[in-house]
Design a protein around this ligand. Structure first.
Ligand SMILES: Cc1cc2nc3c(=O)[nH]c(=O)nc-3n(C[C@H](O)[C@H](O)[C@H](O)COP(=O)(O)O)c2cc1C
Length: 178
């Protein structure tokens, strides 16, 4: 099983740290799985302009291929203007409509304010449902206070929830693909 985590923030490092933590929790629970972090800030993803995927740059094609080939995908977003990041939405816009079909997906979001803890639920989940993915019922929200100044997650409740999300994604994947 290949579990890919996508971090959709091009600015700081909290979202990538949270996605990485879920990937590692999943690998700890099942050492046989392969994990890969796709931090969108490491890739030059072009804006969707309506041309065939083959005409976009190599990074764009590679990232789409990694998501298409993954067995399960964890999406991480920072909250920008009470929504998901434009970088993540642009990435999702590149995906063929079958890219996530019948795959288990998870959501992680980071924000400055706890007022935006349900943004992923209300704005990212409908997109993942459009792709006909199975969205884990557990999602993880991290406020800036959950991190120390080197972007390590220090909040124990959040670390537990991360484990719960990782376990739920593995459980759902194995139930759906016996
Ligand atoms: C352009 C921009 C818009 C933001 N909008 C919000 C917002 O609406 N609500 C909020 O709680 N935090 C907002 N933030 C704060 C980020 O969501 C928060 O710092 C997040 O953890 C950053 O993640 P990162 O370190 O992975 O970039 C915003 C940050 C930026 C840069």
């Amino acid at each position: 099983m290949k579990l890919v985590g996508v971090s959709g923030s091009l600015t700081g490092h909290k979202t990538a740290a949270a996605v990485k933590q879920v990937l590692h929790a999943a690998q700890k629970a099942d050492p046989s799985i392969d994990i890969e972090l796709i931090d969108l800030k490491d890739y030059d993803i072009e804006f969707v302009v309506g041309k065939p995927l083959a005409l976009y740059n190599e990074d764009t094609q590679n990232v789409v291929a990694k998501i298409v080939e993954a067995d399960a995908v964890l999406f991480g977003t920072a909250i920008y203007q009470a929504s998901i990041t434009g970088a993540l939405k642009n990435m999702l816009d590149h995906l063929p409509v079958t890219a996530l079909q019948s795959k288990v997906v998870g959501m992680v979001s980071t924000a400055g304010s706890k007022n935006h803890m349900l943004v992923a639920e209300y704005q990212l989940k409908p997109i993942l449902s459009f792709f006909r993915a199975y969205v884990a019922t557990t999602s993880v929200f991290l406020q800036s206070e959950c991190f120390n100044n080197t972007n390590e997650i220090t909040n124990l409740d959040v670390l537990l929830r991360i484990e719960t999300l990782a376990n739920e994604m593995l459980h759902l994947h194995h139930q759906l693909n016996p």
